[in-house]
Design a protein around this ligand. Structure first.
Ligand code: FAD
Length: 375
C-alpha cells in the first residue's frame, strides 16, 4: 500500500502530467493517425520521444544520473494511463525505453549506462530486439546466430526474423550463440550491436494489416566490441529473462492495459445500450480492470525476481487474449463509422498472442512454475 505522502505526490504528478499531455499531444496524431502513411507516423512518433524528454516524462522510473526521473514504476503506470486517455503517440524509442534501459540497469556496466541510457531517453537512438530466428522463436535456447571472438570484440553472423523497428533502428539488443559446445542456456550472450554498419542487411516484412513494422535481418561478419557485451559470456539466457519479464509485465503491460481500456470504452459507447451484449461487455470490462489490478500488484515485485517473471506471464496471457476478444466483438458489431478501426485492430491483435512469447509458452510457464504441474 502506498503511504499518504506517496498518494499525495502521485496525485500531484498525475495532475501535472494530465495538463502537459493536453498541451503537447499532436493534434494531427489525434485526428489523422489512421490515415497517415507509416513514414509520417514514424516522424511524429520520433518527435514525441524528444517531446517526452523535454517535458521530463522519459524514463520516469530510471536513474536520474542517466537522464531518467528516478520515480517509481507506479508513476510510469499513471503516465501510461493518462497518455492513453489523451491519445498520445507511442514513441519509436519504445524498445529502448521498455526493454533495453531496464536490462542495462539490471545487468549493464557503468560505461553502458552512461553511453546508451541518455540517448534512449532523449530519443536520439532507436532500438530493436534481435531474439527470434527462423528456427528459434519460442525456443530461444536454439538461437544459432553466432558471435565469434575476435580481437577487441566479436564477429556476428546469422539471421534474425520478425525484428520490429529494424529498418529505423540504430542499435539492436542481440542474443547470439557464443559457444556451440556449451550446455543449453549457457551458450548464449547478449550484445548491444550497432545496426548502421556494413554487413547488416534488412528486408521488410508486410503484416496482414498492411503495416511493415518488422523485418528479417542478416548479419554478415558484423563487429561488436567487448564493451558492448552485456554481463559475461554465456550469461545471455539470464539477461534475456530480464528482457522478457519487462516485455510481458510492468510498464509494457501497463501500456497495453491503456490500449485495451480505450478499445473497451469505444465498444461500450457503440453497443453498450444493446441488451444482447450486456453480459459479454460486463465480463470483458471486469477482465480489463483485473489487468489493471494485476499490473498495480506486480509493480511492487523486484524486477529481477522469479515472482515478477511469473506475474508477467499471467499478465501477458490475459492482455493478449482479452484484446483479441474485444477486437473480434468490435469487428462483429462494427458500423460505417468505426469499421476501419476495428478491421485494423482485429488484424493487429492476431499477433498479440504470438509476440513477447506465445500463449502456449505462457501457459507452460504458468502450469509448471506457478502451479507446479509436471512437465
Ligand atoms: C508482430 C510481431 C512482432 C515481433 N517482434 C519481434 C521483435 O522485435 N524481436 C524479436 O526477436 N522477435 C519478435 N517477434 C517474434 C516473436 O517473439 C515470435 O514469433 C514468438 O516468440 C514465437 O516464435 P515463432 O514465431 O518462432 O513460433 P514457434 O516457436 O515456431 O511456435 C509455433 C507454435 O508452436 C507453439 N509452441 C512452440 N513451442 C512450444 C512448446 N514448448 N509448448 C507448447 N507450444 C509450443 C507456439 O506457441 C506456436 O503456437 C515478433 C512477432 C510478431 C508476431
Amino acid at each position: 500500500m502506498p503511504t499518504e505522502t506517496e498518494t499525495a505526490s502521485r496525485k500531484g504528478f498525475a495532475e501535472a502530467a494530465r495538463q502537459w499531455l493536453e498541451e503537447n499531444v499532436p493534434e494531427r496524431w489525434r485526428t489523422h493517425r489512421s490515415v497517415m502513411t507509416e513514414e509520417e507516423g514514424y516522424e511524429i512518433r520520433r518527435e514525441w520521444d524528444r517531446q517526452l524528454h523535454r517535458g521530463g516524462y522519459a524514463g520516469l522510473s530510471l536513474p536520474k544520473e542517466f537522464g531518467g526521473q528516478g520515480l517509481d514504476v507506479a508513476e510510469e503506470v499513471i503516465f501510461a494511463d493518462l497518455a492513453g486517455r489523451a491519445q498520445a503517440p507511442d514513441g519509436l524509442a519504445r524498445i529502448g525505453r521498455i526493454l533495453t534501459a531496464p536490462t542495462l540497469v539490471a545487468h549493464g556496466t557503468q560505461y553502458q549506462l552512461g553511453r546508451f541510457l541518455p540517448k534512449i531517453l532523449n530519443g536520439d537512438e532507436v532500438w530493436c530486439q534481435g531474439f527470434s530466428e527462423p528456427d528459434a522463436g519460442s525456443d530461444l535456447a536454439g538461437v544459432r546466430c553466432r558471435a565469434v571472438k575476435v580481437d577487441g570484440g566479436y564477429a556476428v553472423t546469422g539471421r534474425k526474423i520478425w525484428t520490429s523497428f529494424a529498418s529505423v533502428a540504430d542499435r539492436c539488443l542481440l542474443l547470439a550463440q557464443t559457444d556451440p559446445a556449451a550446455a543449453r542456456h549457457k551458450n548464449l550472450t547478449m550484445f548491444l550491436l550497432d545496426m548502421k554498419q556494413p554487413g547488416v542487411s534488412i528486408s521488410g516484412i508486410r503484416q496482414s494489416s498492411g503495416l511493415t513494422h518488422f523485418a528479417e535481418v542478416q548479419f554478415d561478419n558484423v563487429f561488436v566490441a567487448d564493451e558492448d557485451r552485456v554481463a559475461g559470456e554465456g550469461d545471455g539466457w539470464k539477461v534475456a529473462m530480464t528482457v522478457l519479464a519487462n516485455e510481458r509485465g510492468g510498464v509494457e503491460a501497463a501500456s497495453r492495459y491503456v490500449e485495451i481500456r480505450a478499445d473497451m470504452d469505444s465498444l461500450q459507447r457503440a453497443i453498450g445500450h444493446l441488451p444482447e451484449y450486456q453480459r459479454q461487455l460486463e465480463d470483458y470490462d471486469s477482465r480489463v480492470e483485473l489487468i489493471r489490478w494485476q499490473v498495480m500488484k506486480s509493480i511492487d515485485y523486484d524486477k529481477d525476481s522469479a515472482e515478477f517473471l511469473k506475474a508477467a506471464s499471467v499478465l501477458k496471457l490475459w492482455w493478449s487474449e482479452l484484446w483479441q476478444q474485444i477486437a473480434e466483438l468490435g469487428l462483429e458489431t462494427a458500423d460505417a463509422t468505426n469499421v476501419e478501426h476495428w478491421r485494423l485492430q482485429y488484424l493487429e491483435t492476431r499477433a498479440a498472442s504470438i509476440y513477447s512469447g506465445s500463449s502456449e509458452i505462457q501457459r507452460n510457464i504458468i502450469s509448471e512454475r506457478i502451479l507446479g504441474l509436471p512437465r
